[in-house]
Design a protein around this ligand. Structure first.
Ligand code: ZN
Length: 305
């Protein structure tokens, strides 16, 4: 096993990607408590929520309130997903300093829903970039399903490159590759990550894997071997995707932390504190979650006598 990084950065996305798929809507104060707990566990990047229309995603309707209640957490980047310019305005009003846009890499999906190619969607983000800049808000972009989509299967590399270049053209240089459909496989992840890492060295890359087919951890390993060091994960493995049949959550944070801890890869995050927060979350939501470590505990905690 070659080229593994000595340290990686994890962004905890459970409060957004996880909670948005739950029937139970957590009260704002519980979200704030969990958010403070996650910062206390050592996360330096946390996805707090989204500024989607409250009717479309009622679980995230109070994201503005969460920001106002939590205020500044020194040294922690709190980011939120936005759909459009309205999202930048809401971010500016509640003190959010980092937003993330998203586009689907599926041309068919995009043409059918928006009557635009993915590159045209991204070109339309120019106004968001400008407004974010005027308000001192950092902005990043996500490409959903860059590996494969349920509509066309494998996405051609040229299509992914066209979207990356559209992002660069509007001035976005932090890009997340998001396997929302859980269709990516490790050799493809390695190839795409190695390729884009070399071709676009100016980009700060994030990888976001769902564990729908049990391959998220293998995909993280493949991405690490290709030089990637920034990954999203979700405490308790919470999540899903409303558009993808049978979608599972993001890879569980404690599972990733366990692997990194045992392999000597620094994360700066305390796994025991995260496990405690995942147990709290399980109680709040009233159901089991998709986390090996929460079920089985850490291997190093076993007493075999
Ligand atoms: Zn996701």
């Amino acid at each position: 096993m070659n080229h593994l990084p000595s340290a990686v950065t994890l962004c905890e996305v459970g409060l957004r990607d996880g909670l948005q798929n739950e029937k139970t809507i957590l009260p704002t104060e519980k979200k704030v408590e969990l958010l403070r707990g996650l910062a206390g566990a050592g996360f330096r990047v946390i996805e707090v929520g989204s500024f989607m229309h409250p009717k479309a995603v009622p679980q995230m309707a109070d994201t503005d309130e969460v920001y106002k209640a939590v205020g500044e957490l020194p040294g922690v980047e709190l980011r939120a997903l936005i759909p459009n310019l309205r999202g930048v305005k809401r971010a500016a009003e509640c003190g959010c300093k980092k937003v993330k846009l998203n586009v689907s890499a599926s041309r068919q999906h995009n043409l059918k829903n928006l009557n635009m190619t993915p590159e045209e969607s991204v070109a339309g983000f120019a106004g968001c970039v400008q407004a974010a800049g005027e308000n001192g808000i950092a902005i990043s972009g996500s490409i959903s399903m860059p590996f494969a989509s349920p509509w066309e299967g494998r996405i051609p590399l040229a299509d992914v490159e066209a979207i990356i270049e559209a992002y660069l053209k509007v001035g976005i240089t932090e890009i997340s590759l998001s396997d929302a459909s859980g269709m990516a496989v490790p050799n493809q992840v390695y190839q795409l990550c190695a390729h884009v890492g070399e071709k676009y060295p100016q980009v700060s890359w994030w990888l976001h894997f769902h564990n729908t087919r049990g391959l998220a951890m293998a995909n993280i390993m493949a991405a690490m071997e290709a030089g990637m060091t920034q990954f999203d994960s979700s405490f308790g493995g919470l999540g899903g995707c409303p558009f993808v049949p049978g979608a599972a959550g993001n890879i569980s944070t404690e599972d990733v932390l366990n692997m990194c801890d045992e392999m000597g890869i620094q994360t700066g995050v305390d796994i025991l504190k995260v496990m405690e927060l995942s147990r709290t979350l399980r109680e709040l939501l009233g159901h089991d979650m998709d986390s090996y470590i929460l079920r089985a505990g850490r291997a190093r905690d076993l007493v075999l006598s």
